[in-house]
Design a protein around this ligand. Structure first.
Ligand SMILES: [Zn+2]
Ligand SMILES: [Zn+2]
Length: 256
């Protein structure tokens, strides 16, 4: 009995502390049971309520071959979304797990209210829905989108790092945090149009390492909007000689 009890805790995947302290459901934010009994065995509790899990919509169906955005029904025959037909992206292709509208409240708490624990659920969702596809790409490094250092200190964590760590753990891909740095505190992107976003990001990132040996990287961020941040980072890695550049975000909207 004691052995299976301790085994179930060790199975948790995010350390013993996560098993001792109750975690919050990433959708309703209520506390989840620490343990549950399944088939007569005591196991670590769920990462989300069953009813809450049913409220989430995943990115599925006709998607843009470039940014991975769900295509509107009027353009479902198209290969690329309207944005990607207009803008030439630097990255090769992107993937997202959740449809933004069904998870926006969860991501807000994850980013601004200290709910780093949600990343365990997010990481498992990536593994389940995109794990095979990501594995087939031959990625040798996960690169979380860096946060400006002073901002990260103020917030206490970079949500892209937290999410990237869980994806790395679930998919067995190493995460490199200090290869690229954000060297200026850019303005909040939501206040800017597409051109403003690109100007805002000019020279915002630089690779902090002389010799980048990666052939294929996966840039990780929380939300995909116009792709300008990912393009700027991809641009730096292209110059450094990385040949294949993908991205993964937690959530993406639909074309309107
Ligand atoms: Zn819930
Ligand atoms: Zn697109």
């Amino acid at each position: 009995m004691f052995k299976s009890f301790s085994d179930s805790f060790l199975d948790l995947g995010d350390g013993v502390l996560g098993s001792i302290y109750p975690r919050h459901c990433p959708i309703c934010d209520k506390l989840l049971p620490v343990v549950e009994i399944k088939n007569g065995k005591l196991r670590s509790g769920r990462l989300i309520h069953e009813a809450c899990a049913r409220k989430i919509r995943y990115v599925r169906g006709a998607t843009c071959m470039k940014c991975g955005k769900l295509l509107a029904s009027s353009e479902s025959e198209q290969e690329y979304c309207g944005d990607c037909r207009r803008i030439r992206h630097v990255f090769d292709r992107g993937f997202s797990v959740f449809d933004y509208r069904s998870i926006s409240g969860s991501i807000y708490k994850f980013k601004y209210m200290g709910r780093q624990e949600y990343a365990s659920f997010y990481g498992k969702a990536v593994q389940r829905h995109l794990g095979k596809e990501l594995l087939s790409l031959g990625i040798d490094a996960i690169i979380p989108v860096p946060m400006y250092r002073a901002k990260e200190i103020k917030r206490g964590y970079n949500q892209a790092d937290v999410f990237a760590n869980m994806v790395g753990r679930e998919c067995g891909i190493p995460v490199y945090k200090n290869v690229i740095k954000r060297n200026k505190n850019t303005l909040p992107m939501k206040k800017l149009d597409a051109r403003g976003r690109r100007n805002n990001l000019k020279k915002a990132f630089n690779i902090a390492q002389n010799d980048v040996k990666f052939k294929c990287i996966l840039i990780i961020d929380d939300i995909y909007t116009t792709g300008s941040t990912i393009d700027e980072i991809a641009h730096e890695f292209r110059i450094a000689g990385v040949s294949r550049i993908y991205f993964l975000t937690l959530a993406i909207g639909q074309t309107t």
